[in-house]
Design a protein around this ligand. Sequence first.
Ligand SMILES: Nc1ncnc2c1ncn2[C@@H]1O[C@H](COP(=O)(O)OP(=O)(O)OP(=O)(O)O)[C@@H](O)[C@H]1O
Length: 258
Amino acid sequence: MTEPRTPVARLTGGTASLGGRPVLRGVDLTVHPGEVVALLGANGSGKSTLVRTLVGLVPLTGGTIELFGTPFARFRDWSRIGYVPQRTTAAAGVPASVREVVASGLLDGRRLFGPGREGRAAVDAALDAVGMRDRARDGIAHLSGGQQQRVLIARALARRPDLLIMDEPMAGVDLRSQEVLAGTLRGQQEQGRAVLLVLHELGPLEPLIDRAVVLREGCVCHDGPPPRAVGQHALPGHDHVHPHDDHTAHHAGMGLLS
Ligand SMILES: Nc1ncnc2c1ncn2[C@@H]1O[C@H](COP(=O)(O)OP(=O)(O)OP(=O)(O)O)[C@@H](O)[C@H]1O
């Protein structure tokens, strides 16, 4: 008999409030090793809040989180988790080079993760993985939105995370960046590492998704196979608009997996 594998993340009965308003209202979510899980739902359904509770950016008001089998309060092994936040235009004001941003992904608490040479190799590998090695010395502010997204993915990949969490990585990015993202998902899958990604629709990533969890008004209304072909737009209550969606993803996305 095989040992049941410890989930990489488990949220049980999770509740959270923002600005005094309940945003998560009793959410159960489990991510197993090697799984690629999509978190779907309409604007404001609580997707970002959910992933932010998992990385400690939003406190739970009720329920429990376990990461790699360890209760949240005792979890210290943050280098096993990579987090790519929802992209904003804030990067435009950051005077850092691509390499510096990626290297910052190796900061673990107050110390650099690993010795210098090993750290540099990890940064190079992450830059290669997203096709940005040749831009390493460029300022992040000089990149397109999609390229900035790739740098943030590389920043998370530099840790070689066992759980990679990405919040709307497809929003408003170009075709090449979508391809990089799909390659990242495949790479994680092949290495038996888990991915949790917030998406507003499955789109061309659908074949790479093992399971979809759909939130509606802070509750899980579906947890199972990805809603096939018709995508998330067929789900009741779907009404998603995205502020930085430039429609590139929708028009160019079909070439993603070819
Ligand atoms: N800092 C905040 N203070 C108060 N309310 C907030 C705050 N951040 C988010 N909210 C509200 O919490 C709810 C859930 O937001 P959240 O960003 O988790 O949803 P989402 O499903 O990720 O939405 P989107 O698809 O638009 O990113 C929304 O109604 C939002 O307006």
